[in-house]
Design a protein around this ligand. Structure first.
Ligand SMILES: O=c1[nH]c(NC[C@H](O)[C@H](O)[C@H](O)CO)c([N+](=O)[O-])c(=O)[nH]1
Length: 202
């Protein structure tokens, strides 16, 4: 019997998306998953009509730091620019970019704009280990991101995979090891960010 789980189809047109500025803050753990998740997110954000120069990508050490990183990005202070969009699309790893000093997003002015962000996606990948660390970080990260969104009024999209196995994480990043590569959830998070700003805001 086919599963009934899964999101309804997202809207396909987003009038006004060309005016939006979207932020992505990603953790620097489990980059085999992080890189495709961020790429998937950027893919649907740009397909919706957001200009590449209006996508700000920064990174934090791990998922525990995501709420703080998202909050600081919304408040206008840079966390750590990890890559610009044009470099990202061909990237196989985001980590190399972190050795570079902060770089503005492709096509932007000499220094990254601090104009207000319309939505932010927090991306992290937690994989259960042999201790309770996973549970504590997962709960704190997810409730922290929810609080930042509610406190600031800026839509914060939950882009955190809480996987019990490596294969679960890889499949939900669209890079599964077996024949079934899975579905890249980053694609859904990108359209959710644009939708929450345009459709939900009315
Ligand atoms: O993003 C992650 N951070 C992880 N830990 C680091 C944590 O998020 C903090 O960066 C660290 O504790 C420093 O505050 C992970 N594990 O420990 O397994 C993990 O799986 N994913």
């Amino acid at each position: 019997m086919a599963s009934i789980k899964g999101p309804a189809p997202a809207p396909t047109s987003f009038p006004g998306a060309d005016k939006l500025r979207i932020g992505i803050v990603h953790a620097r753990w489990n980059e085999e998953c992080i890189t495709p998740l961020v790429q998937g997110c950027v893919e649907t954000i740009t397909k919706a009509g957001v200009k590449p120069e209006n996508i700000v990508i920064e990174s934090v050490p791990g998922s525990w730091e995501l709420p703080h990183g998202v909050s600081r990005l919304i408040s206008g202070s840079q966390v750590q620019a990890s890559s610009n969009v044009s470099d990202l699309m061909g990237a196989t790893s985001l980590l190399d970019d972190n050795s570079k000093p902060s770089t503005p997003v492709a096509g932007s002015s000499s220094k990254p704009s601090k104009a207000a962000l319309d939505a932010v996606i927090g991306i992290g990948v937690l994989i259960k280990g042999s201790t309770m660390h996973f549970e504590y970080i997962s709960e704190s990260c997810c409730s922290g991101l929810m609080r930042v969104g509610l406190d600031t009024g800026v839509p914060v999209i939950l882009g955190v995979l809480t996987a019990l196995t490596e294969d679960q994480a890889l499949e939900r990043s669209g890079v599964g090891r077996g024949a079934n590569k899975g579905h890249n959830h980053g694609l859904d998070w990108g359209s959710a960010a644009v939708e929450m700003r345009l459709v939900a805001a009315g």
